[in-house]
Each structure stands twice: as C-alpha cells, then as structure tokens.
Design a protein around this ligand. Structure first.
Ligand SMILES: NC(=O)c1ccc[n+]([C@@H]2O[C@H](COP(=O)([O-])OP(=O)(O)OC[C@H]3O[C@@H](n4cnc5c(N)ncnc54)[C@H](O)[C@@H]3O)[C@@H](O)[C@H]2O)c1
Length: 336
C-alpha cells in the first residue's frame, strides 16, 4: 500500500519499503507537530502558524515554551508583512511533555532536534513508534542522510529529510530527499505538502552529503576560515566581499546564471572558454582547515568586532531586508 493513495506512484527505489497506511490528504492536515523547537523548530512552528495550522510542540528543554513564544513574537511582524492565512493565529500552539501526546492527531511532523546522529536515530525511532501509521515524518537535518538516520525506526518508509534554511519562516527553500528505505511516495507527499504551504521545494533523487545548498555554502565557509587562519582577510572584509559584491546578484541569479552573464554577450560558452584554464589556478584550498582554538577565537573575536550589535537587532534587520528583497524580486518579475 502506498503512503498516499492519492499520489501517483514514483516507481520503485531499491530497498524502499512500502508504508502501511495512506497519509492524510493535504487539505486535511490541520495540525502539525514540531519535535525540537530551537532556532529551526521554532522557526518552522512560526511558519506553520502563519499558514493557519495548529502546532503541537515537543522539546525536552524546560524553557522551550518561553523561548518559542519569544521567537514567534519576533517573527510575527515579518510573517504578517508576507501575508497570513485567514486562520493564522500565533497562539494556536501547545507545548507537550509527552511525545505520544504531542504527535497524537497530527497530519505531519517536522523534527528539528540537535544535529547529533545517535540522538536523531533514537528520536526518529521514538517518533515513528508513537505516530499514527502513514503520517510523514521529516527531519530538518543539515547534513545527515536519512539512510543513516533511519536505522532504528520500525517504519523507515515514511521518514524523509526536509532541510530548511534559517529562518524557516522567511527563506522559502526546502530540500527534500528520502533514504534507501524511504518510500518514494513519502518523498512525493512531503514535497507536495511543502509546496502547498508556499515553500520552494527541491526534490532530490540522490542523497548527497550536505544536500545542494549546504554543499555550496560549505565551500565558501571553508575558504573564509582558511583566509582568517592565514591572516589573509578579516571577518569584516570577508562579510563585505559578499554583501557588497556577489551577494547582491544572488537573490536574482544563482551562481550558474551569474557566470552566464559574466561571459557578456558570449554567455556561458565564452565564460568557460575564457576562464576555464584559470579553474586550475590555486585560488582555493578546499580541504577543511584545522579548527584550532586560535582560529576559533579569531573568528569569534572578529565577528564581535565587525558586528557588535545584539543578535535580536540583527535578526529584526535581516528579516526586514529579506522581505524587501523578496518583494522587489516579485515586483520586478511581475509576480505580484
Ligand atoms: N541553525 C541553522 O541554521 C539550521 C539550518 C537548517 C537546518 N538546521 C538543522 O535543524 C536542526 C536543529 O538545529 P537548531 O539550529 O534549531 O538547533 P538548536 O540548538 O537551536 O535547537 C535544538 C532544540 O532541540 C531541543 N532538543 C534537545 N534534545 C532533544 C531531543 N532529544 N528531542 C527533541 N528536541 C531536543 C533543544 O532543547 C532545542 O530547543 C539540526 O538538525 C540542524 O542541523 C539548522
């Protein structure tokens, strides 16, 4: 039996297992659960509330409810500017001390617990054990594959990765990918669900370490750390090199289209013929630098020097800028 009898069969994946019961119809998912409610889980909760869902929370931290309320309050102005669903209510969430109670009656689960493999393995197995059959369970993991996280679960067929970007209430992208034992229908269902709530979904056919965006971000991050480690650039210079440089192009063109235009009228073919040989120049180091305590302190001190404002102020400014950028792109492209 497929995980969602309303979704067309994606074909068989080697090792994929059939789930037991159909997942709910998209329109019937009135309540979702967020397991883990820190930066990302709280951001997901804020987004689900803004889209009109009731949200049930499970997080072992005693102050999880207070932190979540603060995060939702801070995010709500931005979500309001982007447009709330008719039924959106920022107080429509409950925090539970019992996992089974938290997932009871929900149509979808987003797990956003700390990035520790053993913890994820056990937690996903625990969630699976107490969740009604057929309900899809997504993990926000930044880099683990579902194949390695699903090892303890009794029903791995409904476990998928749904990798968001911080803050999940403003950045549309979600990368969706299953593990070797995930049913293709579960991946399809999760992709369709995220799409139905306004996310920009990339459904990946292969489990790639770091997925797509983090793999790209990591390359940049490693080079930045090398430059600080070698005293070649400061934190402030590195940040400005992107915000006042290529970063201004990225909201509209990804790295591939950016280089297409860098080739002028000749486009990508000129770009590759012209700059192809320099790809072999030793511009990059790529192997990760040793994170010595000196490098750690240099990076932390550098950030404190370059950006002394409190995190709350930076978050509010970031949210305002992201909304403005999204609105400009929409108006230039004539989407709304
Ligand atoms: N921070 C980011 O930019 C980012 C982006 C995308 C994905 N992620 C992923 O999201 C997940 C959460 O990251 P975060 O940045 O929100 O971390 P965080 O430390 O802010 O939050 C983790 C939350 O999980 C709770 N927790 C601890 N043990 C738990 C358990 N056993 N079960 C459930 N909850 C538990 C903590 O109390 C905390 O509230 C990670 O898998 C991470 O890789 C993070």
């Amino acid at each position: 039996m497929s995980i969602n009898s309303n979704v067309h069969d994606a074909g068989s994946t080697p090792g994929a297992e059939a789930a037991t019961v159909p997942a709910p119809n998209m329109a019937d998912v009135g309540t979702v659960a967020c397991v883990g409610a820190g930066t990302i889980g709280g951001g997901w909760a804020a987004y689900f509330l803004a889209r009109g869902f009731r949200v049930k929370i499970w997080d072992p931290s005693p102050d999880a409810g207070d932190k979540l309320s603060a995060l939702i309050d801070a995010a709500w102005p931005a979500l309001t500017k982007l447009g709330l669903a008719e039924t959106a209510d920022k107080d429509n969430f409950t925090v539970h001390t019992d996992l089974a109670e938290a997932v009871d009656g929900v149509g979808f689960i987003q797990e956003s617990a700390p990035e520790k493999l053993e913890l994820k393995r056990q937690l996903l197995a625990d969630i699976d054990k107490v969740t009604a059959p057929g309900v899809v369970i997504a993990s926000s993991t930044s880099g683990y594959s579902m194949t390695e996280m699903a090892t303890e679960a009794a029903d791995p067929s409904r476990l998928v990765v749904g990798h968001p970007f911080n803050p999940p209430y403003l950045i549309p992208l979600v990368e969706v990918v299953g593990g070797e034992r995930t049913a293709p229908e579960a991946v399809k269902w999760a992709s369709a669900f995220y799409d139905s709530i306004g996310k920009s979904v990339i459904t990946m056919d292969h489990e790639v370490p770091g997925f797509i965006a983090n793999r790209l971000q990591e390359a940049l991050w490693r080079e930045a750390l090398h430059m600080i480690d070698n005293g070649e650039a400061t934190v402030e210079q590195i940040d400005r090199s992107i915000t006042d440089g290529p970063g201004l192009r990225w909201p509209i063109h990804g790295p591939m289209t950016t280089f297409h235009l860098a080739g002028g009228q000749g486009g990508m073919s000129h770009m590759l013929d012209h700059f192809g040989p320099s790809l072999k120049s030793p511009w990059t180091r790529l192997d990760a630098p040793e994170l010595t305590s000196q490098l750690r302190d240099d990076v932390v001190d550098g950030v404190d020097d370059a950006e002394p404002r409190p995190v709350d102020e930076l978050i509010a400014e970031r949210d305002e800028v992201i909304i403005a950028i999204r609105n400009v792109i929409a108006s230039v492209k004539g989407q709304s």
